[in-house]
Ligand binder design. Structure first.
Ligand code: NIG
Ligand code: FE
Length: 387
């Protein structure tokens, strides 16, 4: 693979590439015997989220459920309180530290959602931070998750909050162009089908295509909602009604599966990846990095879970964690695969067969990460995190 000015100039057998005129003064990276692959495209993260929810974690280990904890003021609401109280500086420091962790684990493009402030200014603060961090050096695709839950201090019912989002939040998010998508959490404890539909339709009219969190615990009509709103991505699906698989498979909607959240919550029901793929659905994999259900940034571990828990093949899982994630974000022309013309976002791994990526569980096989042809190196990353 020959990289010129950060882009893949050409790719093919070594002898042909070495004979190209442009290759004459190239710096050679010897990756013989290693797997070289595209950087991961993590298409679902909640990057900006304040402190970890360690008390929730312990309470769950003692037997309380995710929803019990949320009812008692923990859960998403407690992260919202923390993010609202945090300064932009602290939020930035946390996000920068986490972006390094993503990068050193091989992610070169990631989606990041707002949704942990749920005041107009707070949401804009998160989205502005994402804009500032974009390209330093990872590419960040920002999503407005205004309809995450009804905020704990909101006076009125969840339908009234949807009205507020439509009246006050969405027009401002669209005007500032700080988000590329609008997301909603349609599930028990969050928003109903009609609420989610109304919000996503309003977002679409303002030029914000839909991504959807749904059927994580209960399927309230995940697939009809995605089809009606022409969603780009339908995420979670652990509780997906099997009867809606054919309709999803026939559609353009990408099913984004998040096995890290199932593992961390100690649950046993993973999304039906095998049935989805066998029916012809396009499946992406993502980390769902967040403090409540998935404190996981390493896409290699996501791939392990996809293979060993959801019976995806290593090849399917690697496609799902790269090019399919890129399609779900609409960045398939510039991320997710090693092809001439694309930015040179690639990894050198310490394995010689791609099947070792899922096989060795919980490892970081990444030796080197290149973003637009420039190495992101662990030592310089460590130094800059100290300064
Ligand atoms: O994708 N499901 C909703 N949102 C997150 C969890 C958020 C949290 O618990 O803080 C998810 O799993
Ligand atoms: Fe999520």
């Amino acid at each position: 693979m020959l990289v010129v000015d950060g882009r893949i100039h050409s790719i093919g057998p070594a002898r042909r590439i070495e004979n190209l005129a442009e290759a004459r003064r190239a710096v050679e990276i010897d990756a013989a015997g290693s797997v070289v692959m595209p950087g991961f495209v993590d298409s679902h993260t909640h990057l900006v989220h304040g402190p970890p929810r360690l008390a929730d974690y312990e309470a769950r280990l003692e037997g309380r459920s995710y929803h019990d904890i949320a009812r008692d003021g923990g859960g998403i609401a407690s992260t919202i309180r923390a993010v609202r109280q945090s300064t932009p500086r602290r939020l930035r420091a946390q996000a920068v530290k986490d972006l390094r962790r993503f990068a050193l684990s091989g992610t070169t493009t990631l989606e990041a959602k707002s949704g942990y402030a749920l005041t107009l200014n707070g949401e804009l603060k998160i989205l502005r931070l994402l804009q500032q961090l974009d390209g330093l050096p990872l590419d960040i695709v920002p999503t407005f998750l205004g309809a995450h839950i009804k905020p704990p201090d909101f006076i009125g019912d969840s339908y009234a909050f949807i009205d507020t989002l439509i009246r006050d939040f969405l027009p401002e998010v669209a005007r500032t162009r700080l988000a590329r998508f609008a997301d909603v959490y349609c599930d028990q404890g969050a928003f109903s089908y009609p609420e989610a539909l109304r919000y996503l339709e309003a977002a679409r009219r303002l030029g914000l295509p839909a991504r959807i969190h749904a059927a994580q615990f209960t399927d309230l009509g995940a697939v009809p909602l995605a089809l009606e709103t022409n969603a780009r991505s339908l995420d979670h699906l652990e509780a997906l009604e099997p009867k809606s698989i054919p309709a999803l498979a026939r559609s353009e909607v990408i099913a984004t599966l998040l096995p890290g959240s199932v593992l961390h919550l100690g649950l046993t029901r993973y999304a039906p990846a095998r049935a989805l793929i066998d029916a012809g659905a396009a499946v992406a994999l993502a980390s769902d990095y967040n403090p409540g259900t998935s404190p996981l940034w390493n896409m290699q571990t996501v791939i392990s879970l996809a293979c060993s828990q959801m019976r995806m093949t290593p090849a399917e899982a690697i496609c799902a964690a790269t090019i399919n994630g890129a399609w779900s974000l609409g960045v398939q022309a510039c991320a997710g695969s090693l092809e001439a013309g694309k930015p040179a976002d690639f990894l050198v791994l310490s394995v010689s067969d791609y099947r070792e990526i899922p096989y060795y569980i919980g490892a970081n096989h990444v030796l080197r990460v290149f973003k637009r042809g420039v190495p992101i190196d662990a030592e310089s990353e460590k130094e800059s995190s100290l300064s």
